[in-house]
Design a binder for this molecule. Structure first.
Ligand code: MGD
Ligand code: SF4
Length: 738
């Protein structure tokens, strides 16, 4: 289906802000109920001082910022004009950082739960008392059950230092960054197995002749410099192919949009590859030189004719052929996007393997427009806690001999199951640092059961969230605008431009408010109380940063003088890497009895009367992390559920009707949302934005707004190779309210 008209219109006016904000504002107006008034705008920015060195963490792309500050108060954030990454652009969420900083609901003091877990009553206590409780409780658990009895759930920059402490020095293997497992961990492991590199999102879209997106809903999924590359590629004439059951923002710009049947992408990828091989339309020389196991691969995918895939994916065979021909005609300058959030169905390692093989088959590695790893600055080194002798003992994954291609850490489900059953050993202490496991993990009841059986739960966060309701002690962490804790480095997004590299350490733009403390101070104080005082690697955040910068011959002061970002000449990356290898057939996978060539594993169809529940991002929020942000929730106050217009007519639903969602196991959404009737989604699916439906009443701007999709994911599928959760295997029906 050609979409040239909308594409041309879009390109004329495209800017990131224009692509995202106004549309959602229109939607918000049409769909919103009454929302609380946002914080007042600061008026003029006269007499402000520009403070350099900010690094955004409203999401994890970490754009570089400057702040307009008056009398110690931050009034506005802007992109750092020195940045060769995001430049002066920030997305709506990046701008909204100001409202996060001063959100009246934020955590301000250490708190002790004198009520029940899940129904907390908070008592303000001193830092000394809070740290004494944390140190003594965690030490008692380690003394009684060993280091492995502590489970750690970290996320974000501030969680790295405490995570290292518990993993390396205390020695627990039960660390699970669910947000990595449930996000891009599967992608990285599949690409490392196939191409021996983690791809990150290193596709050179700015210089591609074809951009191929499987799901990735760029434009709704917003990462500023990534979007710049994508838009530049389209502006330079790249053809866009989008596989998505929904008419996403990306689909609206596509030359070919394939409303593919959910869960069948691997079948389509196999058919494309089989067609390319059978018709010798692949990069023959490249494959001969760098391919391994190509004959077994070619023989193994032979059954995937265009017709077979067409039937499986509910797409015309001619359209699959059209895509394959387009890729062949433009190889090797094709950007096969590896995706970012890829844990969809619990068979996702195979789809990611297929994408990596397709990239190799087209020779689209290390060339303009292909998968190209930028060459970043050298010399930066991390500061680690020392590794203890017993480190890693009791690794649940090794004990069960499963998920041999797992991302770093222990698969979340193994920790959760062990904690609930007490087998093979008790897990009694829980440290949650910046991760909202209630919203991030499927199977909320299991997460709650796990937390309830703990002897002690420590949460450190910037906000009260759904998971902090289960804490015994809740510590107020500094936000990314109030501390020094991360160094972003890289190159510019347009790899064909004159090459430069940058180093941007995060520096505080304002002093921490109330009694908030940073992760280095908090962790060191807990470590001392647990008996690890002599192992502390750095005394402060500034010392940690100084040590990392030392290797590159830099200091914080020097970088501050340079405007917050150090820029140096770099090297163009094309043809410079030595990772060229494509394991079409993987002996490593075969050895563990996983499919050695990419394999399609069908998913269960929706039961009669139900539709598959799909979800994605709104440009205005980062999951539940930003949901209470007064400015952002004002713009996007609810997550309407997209329903196909024919289905809506059959169900008697109109645009704006209020509904509750009920899943295949009879679980009802706690809250309601409104219906968005559209031809832009398949009849077998509904769609909503992830991150809404907050239950914590302390989040006063967002509580009970929209529906929590995670609460409806009760059927859990685990990806066998990696142990990650697939999140799109649940089905819902819509029940009209009122
Ligand atoms: P996806 O799950 O690939 O997420 O963003 P992406 O990686 O782009 O994309 C969701 C799309 O997949 C939807 O359009 C949905 O209709 C489609 N889809 C659903 N099922 C299928 C299927 O079976 N096949 C195909 N082909 N498509 C399907 C996530 C990424 O976004 C991540 S991981 C992070 S951490 C960032 N988070 C984030 C955020 O929270 N907010 C905003 N605004 N931007 C973000 N950017 C990043
Ligand atoms: Fe911040 Fe937006 Fe950049 Fe993410 S993409 S780091 S939210 S400005």
């Amino acid at each position: 289906m050609a979409m040239n008209l909308t594409r041309r219109n879009f390109l004329k006016t495209a800017s990131i802000a224009a692509a995202s904000v106004p549309l959602s504002r229109v939607a918000a107006k049409a769909e919103s109920g009454v929302v609380k008034k946002p914080l007042a705008a600061p008026g003029s920015f006269k007499n402000t001082k520009t403070v350099v060195g900010g690094v955004c963490e409203m999401c994890f792309w970490r754009c570089q910022l400057v702040g307009k500050v008056r009398d110690g108060r931050l009034l506005k954030l802007e992109g750092n004009p020195k940045s060769i990454d995001n430049g002066v652009s920030l997305c709506a969420r990046g701008n909204g950082g100001v409202a996060m900083l001063y959100d009246p609901d934020r955590l301000k003091y250490p708190l002790k739960n004198v009520g029940k877990r899940g129904e907390p009553k908070w008592e303000r206590i001193s830092w000394t008392e809070a740290l004494d409780i944390c140190g003594s409780k965690l030490k008692a658990i380690v003394d009684q059950h060993g280091a492995k009895s502590i489970a750690v759930f970290p996320h974000g920059s501030s969680a790295k230092y405490p995570m290292d402490f518990f993993e390396r020095t205390v020695g627990t293997p039960n660390v699970s960054e669910a947000s990595f497992f449930q996000c891009r961990g599967v992608r990285d492991m599949a690409y490392i197995t196939t191409l021996e590199i983690a791809p990150d999102e290193n596709v050179d879209m700015a210089n591609a002749k074809v951009i191929f997106l499987t799901g990735s809903h760029l434009g709704e999924n917003v990462h500023v410099s990534h979007l710049k590359g994508y838009l530049k590629g389209l502006e330079r004439g790249a053809k866009l192919v989008v596989l998505d059951p929904r008419f996403s923002a990306a689909a609206s710009k596509a030359d070919i949009w394939v409303p593919i049947k959910p869960g069948t992408d691997t079948a389509m990828l196999l058919a494309i590859m089989n067609y390319l091989v059978e018709n010798k339309k692949y990069a023959v020389d490249f494959v001969e030189e760098y391919g391994e196991g190509f004959e077994q691969f070619a023989a193994g995918i032979k059954e995937w004719t265009l017709e077979r895939a067409a039937a499986e994916c509910e797409v015309p065979a001619a359209q699959i052929k059209q895509i394959a021909d387009l890729l062949a005609a433009n190889m090797p300058n094709v950007a096969i996007h590896p995706g970012r959030h890829v844990t969809w169905y619990g068979n996702d390692f195979q789809r990611e393997r297929a994408l990596a093989c397709l990239t190799g088959l087209l020779g689209a590695i290390d060339v303009k427009g292909g998968l190209v790893k930028p060459i970043g600055p050298k010399g930066l080194k991390g500061t680690n806690w020392p590794q203890s002798e017993g480190h890693g003992e009791g690794n649940l994954r090794e004990m069960e001999d499963v998920h041999h291609f797992h991302p770093p850490g222990t698969p979340t489900e193994l920790i959760r199951d062990a904690a609930i059953s007490g087998q093979p050993y008790p897990i009694k202490g829980c440290v949650i640092w910046g991760q909202n496991m209630i919203q991030t993990l499927p199977g909320q009841e299991k997460t709650i059961k796990m937390l309830e059986q703990m002897d002690f739960v420590l949460c450190a966060d910037v906000m009260p969230t759904d998971v902090t309701m289960y804490a015994d002690i809740l510590l107020p962490d500094c936000s990314y605008l109030e501390k020094y804790d991360y160094i972003k480095s890289g190159t510019q997004w347009d790899l064909s431009a004159e090459h430069q590299q940058y180093i941007a350490p995060r520096m505080a733009l304002v002093e921490p408010g109330f009694e908030r403390k940073d992760c280095v101070w908090i962790t060191n104080e807990i470590a001392k109380r647990m008996g690890y005082g002599d192992k502390i690697p750095v005394a402060s955040q500034e010392e940690m940063m100084a040590k990392v910068l030392e290797g590159a011959g830099l200091t914080l002061d020097k970088i501050r003088e340079e405007g917050g970002i150090h820029i140096q000449p770099g090297e163009a990356p094309y043809g410079k890497n030595d990772y060229l290898i494509v394991h079409f057939f993987s002996e490593d996978l075969g050895e563990y009895e996983y499919p050695a060539i990419p394999t399609y594993i069908p998913v269960e169809p929706p039961p009669a009367g139900y539709m598959r529940m799909l979800y994605g991002r709104t440009p205005l929020h980062t999951f539940n992390r930003s949901i209470n942000n007064p400015w952002l929730i004002h713009e996007a106050p609810i997550n309407p559920v997209w329903v196909n217009d024919k289905v809506a007519a059959r169900l008697g639903l109109k645009n704006g009707d209020t509904v509750r969602l009920v899943n295949q196991d009879g679980v009802e959404s706690r809250t309601t949302t409104v219906v968005k009737v559209t031809p832009g989604i398949r009849e077998d699916s509904v769609y909503l934005y992830h991150g809404y439906g907050t239950r914590n009443k302390e989040m006063t701007f967002s509580v009970d707004k929209g529906v929590d999709d995670s609460s409806l994911i009760t059927k859990i599928a685990i990806d066998p190779e990696t142990g990650a959760h697939g999140l799109r295997n649940n089905f819902v029906k819509l029940v009209k309210v009122g």
